[in-house]
Design a protein around this ligand. Structure first.
Ligand SMILES: Cc1cc2nc3c(=O)[nH]c(=O)nc-3n(C[C@H](O)[C@H](O)[C@H](O)COP(=O)(O)OP(=O)(O)OC[C@H]3O[C@@H](n4cnc5c(N)ncnc54)[C@H](O)[C@@H]3O)c2cc1C
Length: 599
């Protein structure tokens, strides 16, 4: 029996030309089609379980020739109405019990469902698989892009006496049309995801970013530090930033509770370089610029689409993602996956890899003011860190358009010691810092107060075979030194470069990402030491510099993000004042199964 049968008869009867079906070994078929087609089961239950949906049929054409019943058909999801399969079927009604034959002729239920309901014993025996470049008729019926490559199978259902109950050609839809095979799928389109996407797409790798939200979307994390310059430069973003409307930021300053201002750390005094001029960004706009920068070199960006699940092969390696959007569910396959899902920490949460930093268990409440005071001249865009009780602190970040981002960070017990009303708590704390109170006095709140408590964690592993964790999806540090976007950009670039290297060596196993882990963790450790010092009751920048004036420059290096260098002397000296922790040992790549077996 030819692989086209009975679809060729159906097409012939309707004077259409059947596109060529190109035979394919089952093992050559990409996922998820292999899983959906290469098996000895009926299609109806397979589709029901894959799409988590009941199925109904839409008979496009049907006719009967004595006991032979022919039908051209679409299987649709009962929930979403999406077409899940296009097919041609010839059924020998004489081999079915009367009840089953009657139901077939009613054209309401798919054959697989009828056979199951009527307990008709049969076997399902595919005799071939194929790919087909969908012609205009199938394109239209399956609602896929013209010329899409689709996959299908030729199947026969046999009675226990090995008589053919049904001959079927089955072709799957949208998954195939949109699911081109990618080299890399990046889950999450924040700064880390877009950075990695730019690097990979620029190197010619077929890259898809899947982002659950539709841009513009809100994100906190507006204050950049000078060393963002270097990843931004690598990404071709500097000119775009320089011609943007974002508020320029040239310093950071610290304010005591009674309003005393420390001498600001002016970045240009420390580095005679254009990097000294950085920015306070509106993240919804910055993240769009980062997205467009990746799309410019060929990365594809799919918004409004949530990655629901990483699909693994039999040996446990990730090979596809299941996603969901307003258009229903679909699947995309790739060779390599980057988890850039930020604080959603997809992989970390699923695998229970989150290890929280118990000493940095803070929370933040924040909002936005319009018309609040800002300093003048080069101080206009300064980030201010203003202390409240018990080493709590405010951030005060002047943005463009006369907006200020302002938030308070402290221990949960301290913030919530008198009720849970966010505005009340925030206003109570404003009263405790003279400088903050004065600066906000001319402004008005324009956004409801927000809260987060997911502070300071790191994943047990940073990679496994074919999967790498990047940005906040790997680690997050208390935001006091505005290191988050820098670390997201830095690790995004590093991840992109590491994956390019791994592709070149044709080795995407976890151990290929050891250098990535080491480098990312080194930067995190430097920032973490600084954060620990900041919260230590015995530490103050003033006291420290007084005792160790020659380390002023190293300290400023930390504040600007120059943390990828030897800072051991600085941290040794800091131990005179503060409890500086030893580096965390976790965050390495997870040994592959093969490697684990060898060791
Ligand atoms: C209170 C607070 C203040 C901060 N202040 C600063 C600051 O001043 N300066 C600074 O540099 N950093 C700051 N940060 C940190 C900064 O916000 C983050 O470090 C930074 O956004 C990390 O970038 P990312 O790309 O890793 O993750 P994100 O920017 O969070 O991007 C992750 C993306 O993944 C998407 N996503 C999640 N799950 C899925 C899924 N299943 N499928 C598809 N898409 C998904 C999300 O929608 C999101 O767009 C602050 C953080 C907090 C909590």
């Amino acid at each position: 029996m030819s692989i086209e049968y009975p679809l060729n008869e159906i097409y012939g009867r309707n004077d259409r030309v059947l596109p060529e079906l190109m035979p394919l070994a089952g093992t050559q078929m990409p996922q998820p089609y292999r899983g959906l087609l290469v098996h000895q089961r009926d299609m109806t239950p397979t589709l029901c379980s894959f799409h988590k949906s009941q199925i109904r049929i839409e008979a496009l054409k049907s006719w009967q020739n004595e006991n032979m019943y022919y039908r051209e058909v679409l299987l649709r999801s009962k929930e979403s109405n999406r077409a899940l399969l296009y097919g041609g079927i010839k059924i020998n009604l004489s081999l079915l019990p009367a009840e089953a034959a009657r139901k077939v002729l009613e054209e309401k239920e798919p054959l697989g469902g009828i056979l199951a309901d009527c307990e008709v014993e049969h076997s399902s025996e595919p005799s071939g698989y194929f790919e087909i470049k969908a012609g205009s008729f199938i394109d239209e019926k399956l609602a896929v892009a013209k010329g899409s490559i689709l996959y299908g199978r030729r199947n026969t259902l046999y009675s226990p006496e090995r008589k053919p109950i049904a001959e079927i050609v089955e072709i799957l839809p949208l998954e195939t049309a949109v699911n081109k095979d990618y080299d890399v799928i990046i889950m999450g389109g924040g700064p880390s995801g877009s950075s990695a996407a730019r690097i990979l797409a620029e190197e010619g790798y077929k890259t898809l970013v899947i982002e659950k939200e539709t841009f513009p979307r809100y994100r906190v994390g507006e204050s950049l530090i000078p060393y963002c310059y270097y990843p931004l430069k690598r990404l071709g973003m500097i000119e775009k930033m320089q011609s943007s409307h974002f508020q320029s930021k040239q310093s950071v300053q610290f304010v005591t509770q009674d309003g005393k201002l420390s001498a600001p750390f002016y970045f240009m005094k420390h580095m005679n370089h254009e990097a000294a001029n950085t920015w306070q960004v509106n993240r919804s706009q910055f993240d769009i610029m980062m997205r467009d920068n990746a799309v410019e070199v060929g990365a594809e960006f799919l918004e409004g689409t949530t990655v629901k699940k990483l699909i693994r092969s039999e040996d446990g390696k990730p090979e596809a993602v299941k996603v969901s959007s307003d258009n229903g569910e679909s699947t995309f396959s790739a060779r390599m996956f980057l988890d850039c899902t930020g604080k959603d920490t997809m992989t970390m949460s699923k695998n229970k890899w989150r290890i929280t930093d118990k000493k940095l268990k803070k929370m933040a409440i924040w909002t936005y003011y319009k018309g609040a005071k800002r300093d003048e001249g080069i101080d206009e865009g300064a980030t201010t860190v203003a202390y409240v009780e018990e080493k709590g602190w405010f951030w005060y970040i002047p943005l463009h358009d006369d907006m200020v981002s302002v938030g308070v960070v402290a221990e949960k017990d301290y913030l919530f010691n008198d009720g849970r009303d966010l505005k009340k708590i925030f206003d109570r704390e404003v009263e405790k810092n003279v400088w903050i109170k004065d600066h906000l006095s001319t402004g008005e709140v324009v956004v409801d107060h927000k809260v987060t408590s997911e502070f300071s964690y790191r994943s047990k592993y940073c990679a496994e075979d074919n999967l790498l964790l990047v940005g906040d999806a790997f680690a997050f540090l208390d935001p006091v030194f505005s290191s988050g976007v820098f670390l997201a950009l830095y690790s995004g670039v590093l991840a992109g470069e590491s994956v390019v290297e791994a592709f070149r060596k044709d080795d995407l196993r976890a151990h290929s990402f050891e250098d990535y882990s080491k480098s990312f963790r080194n930067g995190l450790e430097a920032m973490r030491a600084l954060v620990y010092a900041f919260y230590d009751q015995d530490f103050s920048f003033g006291k420290f510099i007084k005792k160790y004036p020659h380390l002023h420059s190293d300290l400023t290096d930390c504040l600007i993000g120059n943390v990828y260098r030897d800072l051991e002397e600085l941290f040794r000296a800091m131990r005179d004042f503060a409890d500086i922790p030893a580096p965390l040992e976790h965050g390495l790549p997870k040994p592959s199964r093969e490697e684990a077996q060898l060791s």
